[in-house]
Design a protein around this ligand. Structure first.
Ligand code: ADP
Ligand code: MG
Length: 257
């Protein structure tokens, strides 16, 4: 690597500009029997963006996220990453972090043990592991809780542990499926602010799923709006809000929770 590709302490912003599409979905469809859950979804996920998949329940958001994660494969279409077809690459071989609603923590491991787990799997040496775990716990505000068990934490704190565990190995992309939906309004708003801060701090690409319009508009750099398995519109929150491309988008964004 030459001088131009030297990594910055913050994690290589310049490298990001050179190839700004990190993962590209091309004409992804998914059928379950006769049911078309996704139809012809094409979108380029940009390095470092906070992309939100927004749509009503049953619109195909989780199905699409599972295909990005490698938990499921499309019936047709493909995923391309760095010029390679990764459509059928197993989830373990994609360097993606995942946080789901009620994502299970290991109940017998402490907070630090949970967060350190992905590093143990990757055989990171113990000293590096401790340093990295301390750093990530600090970022999500859990330093004081490092030695507690999950059951000693609140729901919001458990979700922060899940977030820390997904970020600890510096994933290429963090996939979040309605991670805040089970939390009450106050806690949800607090964690929304934290998610934005963490996104800025880690500079990881976030693909975030929600059915909550105001959450999507508040958090994202781009919103992709789904309905009945189709991608209706993609754009910056302000643009989709002020220039909805269809009656569905206008009405859906107009619904205030
Ligand atoms: P969302 O996350 O937007 O609420 P999903 O992606 O979970 O929606 O589901 C989209 C549609 O696909 C739903 O109608 C759901 O019932 C259907 N679906 C999802 N997974 C399966 C499956 N494994 N088998 C059959 N139908 C499924
Ligand atoms: Mg879902």
């Amino acid at each position: 690597a030459g001088i131009g590709s030297q990594a910055t302490p913050a994690g290589g912003v310049d490298a990001g500009r050179a190839s700004h599409i990190q993962l590209e979905a091309i004409a992804i469809s998914r059928r379950f029997g006769d049911f078309q859950a996704l139809e012809d979804i094409s979108i380029g996920i940009e390095k470092g963006e906070f992309l939100t998949l927004l749509g009503p329940s049953g619109s195909g958001k989780s199905t699409f996220l599972n295909i990005l994660a490698g938990f499921d494969a499309p019936s047709s279409g493909k995923l391309v990453q760095g010029g390679e077809d990764v459509t059928h690459r197993p989830a373990e071989q994609r360097n993606f972090g995942m946080v789901f609603q009620g994502y299970a923590l290991f109940p017998h491991l402490t907070v630090a043990g949970n967060v350190s787990f992905p590093l143990r799997v990757r055989k990171v040496p113990s000293a590096d592991r401790s340093r990295r775990v301390a750093q990530v716990l600090e970022s999500v505000g859990l330093t004081a809780h490092a030695d507690k068990l999950p059951r000693q934490l609140s729901g919001g704190q458990q979700q922060r542990v899940a977030l820390a565990r997904a970020l600890v190995f510096s994933p290429d992309i963090l996939l979040l499926d309605e991670p805040l939906s089970a939390l009450d309004k106050t806690l949800r708003e607090q964690l929304q602010i934290e998610l934005q801060r963490i996104h800025r701090e880690f500079r990881t690409t976030f693909v975030f799923v929600t059915h909550d319009q105001s959450e999507a508009l508040a958090l994202s750099s781009r919103v992709a709006i789904f309905n009945h398995g189709r991608l209706m519109q993609v754009g910056k929150p302000a643009d989709v809000y002020t220039r909805p491309g269809s009656r569905f988008v206008a009405e859906f964004l107009g619904q205030v929770n």
